[in-house]
Every structure is written in structure tokens, then in C-alpha cells.
Design a protein around this ligand. Structure first.
Ligand code: ADP
Ligand code: MG
Length: 237
């Protein structure tokens, strides 16, 4: 334990929560299947970034996570890679409808970036991803969602529109990510986020990533995450 604590300190990783898994040093340590390892290599990712070293084993263990690290630190793969594992672990994969993994992001640009990253890893397994954000035709988006997918990356406003139109059902959603939570709050999306979270089953895994942790975001995290592990990298939060 002492050794793990020293190792975390050397990487400027701080954790809080009970029974926190130790950081990994390599992607091999995560136990990813060969297809996923190949997709990671194809991305040119040789080893996990600092936030990935600590967040990956925690998220893979099924725990809720609050991840705080600055922009550019590799937060996306910290939730996208375990999401692929989570989806492939679903015994009822073929039976029901609606996304299993749902990612909310503040802007269409960010949602699109996450969508592209998710697609790169999902492709190896035939997992389908859809992007849902403003500026695209609602009808086209409706049709795409109706055709079915396992991953939805969305901005909160457009996702609410799609839910109202019954373009998708949330009964199968068990992996929820709120990315750039601080920016979503800055943009006034708190009511939409609360509405979306309220439509997702409580036995989900919930992950919240942010570059900073203002009090309002902290309060939301306390309300919607269960026994979260908090991971902070560097001088943020
Ligand atoms: P954040 O969400 O923390 O701002 P991103 O997830 O967008 O960061 O990642 C920033 C950049 O780092 C992206 O270009 C991404 O492809 C790259 N990246 C992520 N993980 C790794 C890795 N393990 N090795 C090399 N590059 C990586
Ligand atoms: Mg990001």
C-alpha cells in the first residue's frame, strides 16, 4: 500500500474513496482483449497517460468515478475503452433496444470528437455509435437512432429533443458519462443533465469528468454517483 501511495505521488495522482485499485502501467495490465489492444496500437497509443493509468482500472472494476485532469490529458480513452468492455459484457446485447453507453458533452465539437474516438474502438467489435447534437437535421438523427446503436454521444439539449420524440429508449443504458461537466454547467445544461440522469436506471455505472470541480458540479456528483472514487491528476480541482 505504501508503495502504491508513493507511486501515485510520483505521478501527481490523488485518489479518494474506499478500496481504490492500483494504477496500471501498461494497456496490457488492463486485461483488454486482443481486438481492443490492436485498436489501441492502431491509434498510436503506446502506454496509458497518467489519468488513464489510474482511471482505467477503477472504471473497469465497475466503480463510479469522478475524474479531474486538465484538458489534453487523455480523459476520453479513460471512459471510452472501458465502455467497449462494458458493452461486450452485456449478456442481452442482441435482445433489447437503445444505447448501452451514453456520453454527454457540452458542445457539438466535443461530442463529435468523442464520437470519432469511440468509433475507432467500437469498430473492431461491430458496436454502433451515433452522435446527437444541434446543427444536424432532427429527422435524420431520429432515423439514425431508430436504426439502433449501442453508443450515443450527445449534447444535452438535442438528446432531450430525441427522447421527447421517442427516437430512443434508455432501458438498456447502464454506462453514463458526463464529460466536461464544468463546461456543461457553464452553458446552463444542469436542468437537462438532471432530466437525462432521471431517465436512466439507477443500477448504472456513472462517470463524471471535468477539468475543474466547482461547488455546483460537486453537488450534482454527490447526488448522482454511488460511492465514487475520485481521481485527480496534477494541480487542478
Ligand atoms: P482530454 O479529454 O483530457 O482533454 P483527450 O482525450 O481529448 O484529452 O486526449 C488528448 C489527445 O491525446 C488526443 O489527441 C488523444 O488522441 C491523445 N491520447 C489519448 N490517450 C493517449 C495515449 N495513451 N497515448 C498517446 N496519445 C493519447
Ligand atoms: Mg475531453
Amino acid at each position: 500500500e505504501q508503495e502504491v501511495a508513493e507511486y501515485r505521488k510520483s505521478l501527481a495522482i490523488r485518489v479518494s474513496g474506499f478500496d481504490v485499485p492500483r494504477p496500471v502501467k501498461t494497456f496490457e495490465d488492463c486485461g483488454f482483449a486482443p481486438e481492443l489492444m490492436r485498436a489501441i496500437a492502431k491509434q498510436g497509443y503506446e502506454k496509458p497517460t497518467t489519468i488513464q493509468c489510474q482511471a482505467l482500472p477503477i472504471v473497469l472494476s465497475g466503480r463510479d468515478v469522478i475524474g479531474i485532469a486538465k484538458t489534453g490529458s487523455g480523459k476520453t480513452a479513460s471512459f471510452v475503452l472501458p465502455m467497449i468492455v462494458h458493452i461486450m459484457d452485456q449478456p442481452e446485447l442482441q435482445k433489447e433496444e437503445g444505447p448501452i453507453g451514453l456520453i454527454c458533452a457540452p458542445t457539438r465539437e466535443l461530442a463529435h470528437q468523442i464520437f470519432l474516438e469511440a468509433k475507432k474502438f467500437a469498430k473492431a467489435y461491430g458496436i454502433r455509435a451515433s452522435a446527437v447534437y444541434g446543427g444536424m437535421s432532427k429527422l435524420d438523427q431520429f432515423k439514425e437512432l431508430k436504426a439502433g446503436c449501442e453508443i450515443v454521444v450527445a449534447t444535452p439539449g438535442r438528446l432531450i429533443d430525441m427522447l421527447k420524440m421517442k427516437a430512443l429508449t434508455m432501458t438498456r443504458a447502464t454506462y453514463l458519462v458526463l464529460d466536461e461537466a464544468d463546461r456543461m454547467f457553464d452553458l446552463g445544461f444542469e436542468p437537462q443533465i438532471r432530466s437525462i440522469v432521471g431517465q436512466i436506471r439507477p443500477d448504472r455505472q456513472t462517470l463524471l469528468f471535468s477539468a475543474t470541480m466547482p461547488r455546483k458540479v460537486e453537488k450534482l456528483a454527490r447526488e448522482i454517483l454511488s460511492d465514487p472514487v475520485r481521481v485527480t491528476v496534477g494541480e487542478v480541482g
